[in-house]
Design a protein around this ligand. Structure first.
Ligand SMILES: *[C@@H]1O[C@H](CO)[C@@H](O)[C@H](O)[C@H]1NC(C)=O
Ligand SMILES: *[C@@H]1O[C@H](CO)[C@@H](O)[C@H](O)[C@H]1NC(C)=O
Ligand SMILES: *[C@@H]1O[C@H](CO)[C@@H](O)[C@H](O)[C@H]1NC(C)=O
Ligand SMILES: *[C@@H]1O[C@H](CO)[C@@H](O)[C@H](O)[C@H]1NC(C)=O
Length: 546
C-alpha cells in the first residue's frame, strides 16, 4: 500500500534565507513514482539497521524486532518478540515509573564482528542486550531456552525517552548514553571488545544529550577516529547560569586506555564547540538535532563533511538550520587548538600550561610508533594527566547556515553526492512526517520537493539511503522513495528547480533527464515549462550565503 499522496505545497513559504516569504503560491508537488510504504503493525519503531551484505532492513520497536527486504519493505522473517517479563514490569512500576515506560523499547541494533546482530532494549528501566542470529532470525539462547542476555548499562538509557547514540567500527560497538536509573550519569564507551569509558571524576561531560556518532577512517589505519555529536552545559562560560552548547567529541579507535593514569578511560578523548551562526544577524543555533557524514569523494575519508541539523526557538516559531562542517576544519582545530584548563575552570581562561608531547588527542599511529609508543598504555603519565584535566579545546569549529527555514522543525538529515558534480542532495525529515529534498550547489540551497509520507502526523525518526532510494521511518510506519536521478522529478517545474543538479526537461518525452553538455543553456530553466509570468515566483533559491 502506498502512503504517498498528492499535496499542495507552497514554494515561496520555504527556506528563503531567514525570511518567511510570501504564501501566495499554490504549486502542487507531484507524486513520486514508485514510492513504497509499510504500516508496521508495531508501535514505537525507533531504530533502523541496513545490512548491506544481506539486503535486509532490521527495525527495532517496542518489544519486537522486524527483518524486512530493503528493496520492497516486505517481511523477510516473522518478527522477533522480545518483551520485558511481567516481573520486570512490576518492579519498574514499583520504582515509580509509568506503565508505558516499563516495556522493552528497542534502542540499539548493530552488526557485530562475528556477523551476529547486537540488540539492546530499555527492558523496563533495566537495559539489556541480546544477540540475533541473522540466518535464522531468532534471539540466541543459552542453557536451554533462556535468551542469552547482557547488561545494557551505558549502551542504552534506562529511560526510553532519553537520547543516545551508537556506531560500530569494524564490528566493535561504541556508544554514548545515560548510564544510570536516574539518567544523571553519562558515558561514552567502547562497549564490546576492550572496554574503555569516559573518566568520571572530572567533568568530561556535563548533562549531555547525545545526538549522533560516526566512524571516520584516516590513514594509516590506526588513525581511525570515532566522533560524537551532542549538546551539553558549557562549564567554561559561567558557573552560575546554564549555557547549552553543541559539542563534537572524538576518541581514537585504537585507544585502550592508560596503564596508570586513565586506566580503562579514553586517553584520546577531546571535545570542541561546534558553532552554527548566521554571520549577518549574529543568530546562534545551539540545539543540535542530527548530524550525518558524507564522503564527497568515494573512498577518500578526508573529503568527509558533516551535515548537521540545528533548531532554535524563535519568536513564536521554530527555526531549523543546516550547518556543514568539513573534516579538514575539524581536524585543524583538534590538531592545533589550545587546551582549556577545566580544573581551575575560570571564565574563558585558556590553558597556561604548555601542551605536552605527544599532543593529547593524537592517535597512536605509525609516527608515534616509530617513536616507541606502541599503544595508549605507553603514553607518559604527564601526558595523560594533562589529557585528563584538559578535555576541551579553546578553539571552536565554525560554520554559517547553508539553509534556514522558519516554521518547520526538521528532525533528521541525510546527504548524498550527485555523481560528476560538486552538488549534494539533502533529504530532511520533519516532525510532521514529511520528506523534503534540497539541492546544494556551491553555497546555494534549493528546495526541490516536499513529500508527505505517513498517514498519521508523526516525526521522522530515521532516514537511510539505499540504492538511489531513501527509506524513511517514523514510530509507526516506513516508506521507501526514489530520490536519485533526474527521472524522479516528474513535472517540468520540479525539474527546473533541479537544474543545479544537471537536470533538464525534455519536451519530446515530457520527462526530466540528465542534461548533456550540448544542451546546457544559461536561460531560466523554467522557460521551457511554458508557464505564465506569475509562475516564475515559484522557483525559489535560498539566498546565497558568503
Ligand atoms: C510509544 O508510543 C505511544 C503511542 O504513540 C506513545 O504514546 C508513547 O509515548 C510512546 N512511548 C515511548 C517511550 O516513546
Ligand atoms: C521483495 O524482495 C525480495 C528480495 O529482493 C524478493 O525475494 C521478494 O519476492 C519481494 N517481494 C515482493 C512482494 O515483491
Ligand atoms: C614497542 O614495540 C617494539 C617492537 O615490538 C619493542 O621493541 C619496544 O620495546 C616496544 N616499546 C614499548 C615502550 O613497549
Ligand atoms: C561524489 O562526486 C564526486 C565528484 O564527481 C565523485 O568523484 C565521487 O566519487 C562521488 N562520491 C560518492 C560517494 O558517490
Amino acid at each position: 500500500m502506498s502512503l504517498l499522496n498528492m499535496r499542495t505545497t507552497c514554494f515561496m513559504a520555504v527556506i528563503l534565507w531567514l525570511t518567511t516569504g510570501s504564501s501566495r503560491c499554490q504549486t502542487p508537488i507531484p507524486n513520486v513514482h514508485g514510492g513504497l510504504g509499510a504500516v508496521l503493525g508495531v508501535s514505537n519503531a525507533s531504530v533502523l539497521l541496513q545490512d548491506p551484505s544481506s539486503e535486509t532492513l532490521y527495525l527495532g520497536a517496542r518489544g519486537s524486532i522486524l527483518a524486512l527486504h530493503t528493496s520492497n519493505l516486505t517481511w523477510k522473517h516473522p518478527s522477533i518478540k522480545w518483551e520485558a517479563t511481567e516481573e520486570e514490569r512490576k518492579s519498574c512500576m514499583g520504582k515509580g515509573k509509568r506503565g508505558d515506560d516499563c516495556y522493552n523499547y528497542i534502542c540499539l541494533l548493530e552488526v557485530l564482528k562475528d556477523g551476529r546482530i547486537y540488540v539492546c532494549g530499555s527492558y523496563a528501566y533495566n537495559p539489556k542486550c541480546a544477540f540475533i542470529d541473522p540466518v535464522t532470525f531468532v534471539l540466541v539462547k543459552e542453557g536451554g531456552d533462556k535468551v542469552k542476555m547482557e547488561n545494557g548499562k551505558g549502551k542504552c538509557p534506562y529511560d526510553p525517552r532519553q537520547p543516545h547514540t551508537a556506531v560500530t567500527a569494524d564490528g566493535v560497538l561504541y556508544t554514548a548514553s545515560p548510564s544510570n536509573f536516574l539518567g544523571t550519569m553519562f558515558d561514552i564507551t567502547r562497549a564490546t571488545g576492550q572496554e574503555v569509558h569516559v573518566h568520571q571524576s572530572i567533568n568530561w561531560l556535563s548533562d549531555p544529550e547525545f545526538v549522533s556518532s560516526a566512524l571516520v577512517r584516516e590513514s594509516p589505519g590506526d588513525d581511525d577516529k570515532i566522533y560524537f555529536f551532542f549538546t551539553e552545559n558549557a562549564l567554561e562560560y559561567d558557573l552560575y547560569t546554564k549555557v547549552r552548547v553543541t559539542r563534537l567529541a572524538r576518541v581514537c579507535k585504537g585507544d585502550v586506555g592508560g596503564s596508570k593514569t586513565l586506566q580503562k578511560s579514553w586517553t584520546s578523548f577531546l571535545k570542541a564547540q561546534l558553532v552554527c551562526q548566521d554571520r549577518d544577524s549574529g543568530q546562534h543555533y545551539t540545539v543540535l538535532t542530527h548530524a550525518y557524514p558524507l564522503e564527497h569523494r568515494l573512498g577518500d575519508p578526508s573529503s568527509t563533511h558533516f551535515y548537521t541539523l540545528f533548531t532554535y526557538q524563535g519568536k513564536g516559531e521554530r527555526v531549523s538550520a543546516v550547518c556543514v562542517y568539513s573534516l579538514a576544519d575539524i581536524t585543524k582545530v583538534f590538531a592545533t587548538g589550545g587546551f582549556r584548563d577545566m580544573k581551575r575552570n575560570c571564565v574563558n581562561s585558556g590553558s597556561s600550561e604548555s601542551v605536552p608531547d605527544p599532543r593529547p588527542g593524537q592517535c597512536v599511529n605509525d609516527v608515534l610508533r616509530a617513536r616507541g609508543y606502541n599503544s595508549s598504555f605507553d603514553m607518559p603519565d604527564r601526558v595523560l594527566q594533562f589529557a585528563k584535566e584538559h578535555p576541551l579545546l579553546t578553539n571552536t569549529v565554525d560554520a554559517a547556515p547553508l539553509l534556514v527555514r522558519r516554521g518547520t522543525t526538521y528532525t533528521r538529515i541525510t546527504a548524498t553526492n550527485i555523481s560528476n558534480s560538486d552538488a549534494a542532495l539533502l533529504h530532511l525529515g520533519t516532525d510532521q512526517g514529511e520528506l523534503h529534498s534540497v539541492s546544494i550547489v556551491g553555497r546555494t540551497a534549493t528546495l526541490l520537493q516536499e513529500i508527505p509520507l505517513t498517514t498519521s502526523v508523526e516525526p521522522v525518526n530515521n532516514i537511510l539511503i539505499h540504492q538511489g532510494h531513501v527509506v524513511v521511518g517514523s514510530p509507526s510506519s516506513l516508506s521507501r522513495v526514489p530520490v536519485e536521478g533526474c527521472r524522479v522529478y516528474s513535472s517540468c517545474q520540479v525539474c527546473a528547480r533541479a537544474a543545479g543538479l544537471g537536470c533538464v526537461w525534455d519536451l519530446n518525452t515530457r520527462a526530466c533527464v540528465a542534461e548533456s553538455p550540448v544542451q546546457r543553456e544559461s536561460e531560466d530553466p523554467l522557460k521551457v515549462c511554458g508557464t505564465g509570468e506569475g509562475e516564475y515566483e515559484h522557483y525559489s533559491t535560498i539566498k546565497q550565503v558568503d
